[in-house]
Structure formats: structure tokens, C-alpha cells
Design a protein around this ligand. Structure first.
Ligand SMILES: Cc1cc2nc3c(=O)[nH]c(=O)nc-3n(C[C@H](O)[C@H](O)[C@H](O)COP(=O)(O)O)c2cc1C
Ligand code: SF4
Length: 414
């Protein structure tokens, strides 16, 4: 009997084969919703389940689906498989090994908002996954699970895969929509929001791959079942991508609310060579750095608790930093990444990430002075609250929190 919900392929061999997936209950939930549920009933079940988006912001999925107006058609659903956040590699495992569960979730989402076309957007480096998904979609068409008149109803659905070109910003939902439309991948000004004017200016739902992979089991088992896992406000399980200075890096599917300590020491096997843990980046390069105190290690990994200690759960890409790592060196990596990935549309982000990178280059090469650190902080503060999309904010969270919490690593440190 399988215990995993999202990483079920670890329990069931060949789950990426359509016959195996169907033998294990696959597409029963899709059939149930299309043949016996009204779209609003599906949306309500997902709403009551309390499922929150796994792409970063943790927005309630059913609520998002309910925003689409019923007087403007067609509707679209787009699965976000861009997965470019440093340290995040959960969607990749799902797509490579449990593709049908993801596709079934996407198909149920399409039915819920009465979309007849759904897209999966993948980062360009995932081109092999793109071919793989297209094969799986062809198998679903051949089996009569996609196409016209599904299960003898009037509902029709077709799925398409779209590859990006490897830009981090195309994970941001409006830049992603621009990219699918064949335009330069830059965020749109909001409002209007995608729920009203999304893909091709039509109402659109955008959900993360992991979010959608939760959907079939919620519809099959009910929202009460889902609420038995996780916490009251963050129900369900989450795939935590664990990396950095850790003995056993990898993806771990655990209930939301599991403490950092359990993930890092029980599942991840602790820090290599007996070193001490120093800091945690709970959401990849985009998050505020957490000092690894006993209180922090005992903090439950759910949306509210991580926010309460001054950071965010995000997509739960937990990067572990030990006492061999200098934070100035680490910031050089994160800031360089954001400078490279800034789309250039707004000045504070484009120029600010350039200058932060430049200052850190100098600090690393020559040893930092108080003046360098102050200048770095000044530039970071000039980016704050002045950008069109969250990438600008992401670029400064690790900077400001590291300088604040690990001052000893700056000002003259190598
Ligand atoms: C710079 C940036 C990069 C993002 N990258 C991703 C990504 O790779 N995958 C993803 O699902 N969401 C990403 N997001 C969040 C999306 O904009 C969007 O909120 C998410 O796909 C919604 O899905 P969810 O409600 O299921 O979480 C990113 C956001 C920003 C600002
Ligand atoms: S904040 Fe940065 S990435 Fe976002 S729109 Fe502005 S320049 Fe582009």
C-alpha cells in the first residue's frame, strides 16, 4: 500500500506507464468529476480542502479557481513547470516519474474552470521532459482520456506543452504568459490579473506542478482526508527540496508543519564532517536567511510559522549552510544570480542588482570595509518596494538578512 501522495512512484514501480497508473486508481477522479460533478462542486471541494499553491505564495487554490468570470470565454489553465528557483527540484521529479498524476490534476483543474485547452510551461532546460510529456499526452488521446466528448459527455479537452528558453523570470506567472504568447518574457503590470485577462487576454488559472499533482487524491479521497495531514492553515503534504551542506540531499515528502530539525537531521542525515549548522535558506535564493538557533530548528515548516520567524516557506527549497560557509561568499552567489536573471524592465532591479553584484565582487576580491557594507545595504534598500515584480525584492532579502544576522562575516572578512 502506497504511503506517498505526490512521490507515489517511489512506492509503485512503473507508475509512469499508463496501464500501471490506471491499475492504481489513475483517472478515476477525472472520470468522476467529468461524469458526476458540476464545475462549481469541484472548485468547492478544492476550496474546502484548504490546498494552498506550492509555487511560492501559498495562495488558496480553490479560491483562485473561483475568480474566473463566467461571462468571458474561453478560459485557460496553465501549469507552471518553470522551476528555476535555486535549490528547487521537486517538480522535476514529479514530471519525470509521476507524470500522469500531474496531468490528471491539470485535467481536473481544466474541467473545474471549464477550460478546453490546458498548457504546461517548462523551463527550456527541461526539453527532454517536454518530449516525455508530449508522449504521455498522446497516450491519453489514444486512450480516449483527452479529446472530444469525454466519457460520453460534451466536454472536450486538449493539452499542450510549451518550452521556455531558460529565464528565471518566466516562472513569474505574467512573464510566463508573455512567453507562451511568443513575446519577451517580462512581467505584466497588474491589474488586470490573469484570472480576468491572462493568456491571450482571457481568464486564466496558473498553478504550480506540485499544486496540481495534489488534486486527483483530493477529489478521490475528499477534503476531510486532506485536512488530516499538515496543520490547520497549511493542510496536506509538501515536497521539500533539501540541498546545501547536508549529508543526504534530495526531495522529501512530509506533512506541512514538520520541524526544520526533523528534515535536516532525521531525513537529511545532518551536516557533513561533524560541522555545525549556521543558517537556513527555506525558500532558495529568494528567502531571508534564518539563523539556525534551537528555536529556528524547532520551527514547523508551514506558511505561517516560517513567516513568523521572519522568512517564508516559498516553494520549500531548503538550503542548509554550515559553519564552513562565509555569508559574504554566499551573497555573492545569490546576487550574481539575480543580476543575471533581472529582466531589465524596471530600473531599481536592473541597476540595483548590477551594483550589488559589482560591490560584492570588490568585497570578495579586496576584503570588505565598513563603507562597502554600508553601500551594499544602501543599494539594497533603494530596490525595496520599488519594483514591478517580486524578483527585485527577492534579490535583497538574503542581502539585508545576512548583513543583519551575520555581521561578523562582513567588514574585513575574506
Ligand atoms: C521571479 C519569480 C519566479 C517564480 N518562479 C516560479 C516557478 O518556477 N514555478 C512556480 O510554480 N511558480 C513560480 N513563481 C510563482 C508564480 O508567479 C505563481 O504565483 C505560481 O505559479 C502560482 O501557482 P500556485 O498558486 O499553484 O503556487 C515565481 C514568481 C516569481 C515572482
Ligand atoms: S523587478 Fe526585475 S525582474 Fe521584475 S520586472 Fe522589474 S526588472 Fe524585471
Amino acid at each position: 500500500m502506497s504511503e506517498m501522495i505526490l512521490l507515489r512512484h517511489r512506492d509503485i514501480p512503473d507508475l509512469d506507464h499508463l496501464d500501471v497508473y490506471r491499475q492504481n486508481g489513475g483517472f478515476e477522479a477525472f472520470k468522476k468529476v467529468v461524469t458526476s460533478m458540476k464545475p462549481e462542486q469541484v472548485i468547492n471541494e478544492v476550496k474546502v480542502s484548504g490546498l494552498r499553491g506550492r509555487g511560492g505564495a501559498g495562495f488558496p487554490t480553490g479560491v483562485k479557481w473561483s475568480f474566473l468570470p463566467n461571462n468571458l470565454w474561453p478560459h485557460y489553465v496553465v501549469a507552471n513547470g518553470d522551476e528555476s528557483e535555486p535549490g528547487t527540484f521537486k517538480d522535476r521529479e514529479i514530471l519525470e516519474h509521476n507524470p500522469f498524476q500531474f496531468l490528471e490534476g491539470l485535467m481536473i483543474a481544466c474541467y473545474a474552470v471549464q477550460a478546453n485547452v490546458g498548457y504546461t510551461y517548462l523551463r527550456g532546460e527541461f526539453w527532454q521532459i517536454g518530449h516525455f510529456l508530449e508522449q504521455k499526452i498522446a497516450e491519453l488521446e489514444a486512450a480516449g482520456l483527452l479529446g472530444d466528448g469525454l466519457f460520453g459527455t460534451s466536454y472536450a479537452l486538449r493539452l499542450f506543452v510549451h518550452l521556455g528558453a531558460g529565464a528565471y523570470i518566466c516562472g513569474e506567472e505574467t512573464a510566463l504568459l508573455e512567453s507562451i504568447e511568443g513575446k519577451m518574457g517580462q512581467p505584466r503590470i497588474r491589474p488586470p490579473f490573469p484570472a480576468v485577462a491572462g493568456l491571450y487576454n482571457r481568464p486564466t488559472v496558473i498553478n504550480n506542478v506540485e499544486t496540481l499533482t495534489n488534486i486527483p487524491s483530493i477529489l478521490a479521497n475528499g477534503s476531510d482526508w486532506f485536512h488530516k495531514m499538515g496543520t490547520e492553515k497549511s493542510p496536506g503534504v509538501k515536497v521539500f527540496s533539501l540541498s546545501g551542506r547536508i549529508n543526504r540531499p534530495g526531495n522529501y515528502e512530509l506533512p506541512l508543519g514538520t520541524p526544520f530539525r526533523t528534515l535536516i537531521y532525521e531525513h537529511g542525515g545532518g551536516i557533513p564532517d561533524g560541522h555545525a549548522i549556521k543558517a537556513i535558506l527555506p525558500a532558495g535564493a529568494s528567502s531571508s536567511v534564518i539563523k539556525a538557533t534551537d528555536t529556528a530548528l524547532d520551527t514547523p515548516m508551514d506558511y505561517e510559522s516560517v513567516a513568523a520567524i521572519g522568512s517564508m516557506l516559498g516553494s520549500a527549497s531548503v538550503i542548509v549552510v554550515d559553519d564552513t560557509v562565509n555569508m559574504e561568499w554566499l551573497l555573492h552567489k545569490t546576487v550574481h544570480f539575480f543580476r543575471h536573471e533581472s529582466c531589465g524592465k524596471c530600473t531599481p532591479c536592473r541597476e540595483g542588482t548590477y551594483w550589488m553584484d559589482h560591490i560584492l565582487d570588490r568585497m570578495l576580491a579586496d576584503g570588505s570595509s565598513d563603507q562597502d557594507v554600508d553601500l551594499l545595504v544602501t543599494v539594497a534598500k533603494q530596490i525595496r518596494n520599488k519594483c514591478l515584480c517580486p524578483l527585485g525584492e527577492f534579490s535583497i532579502t538574503a542581502v539585508l538578512s545576512s548583513v543583519d544576522k551575520f555581521a561578523e562575516d562582513f567588514r574585513g572578512a575574506q
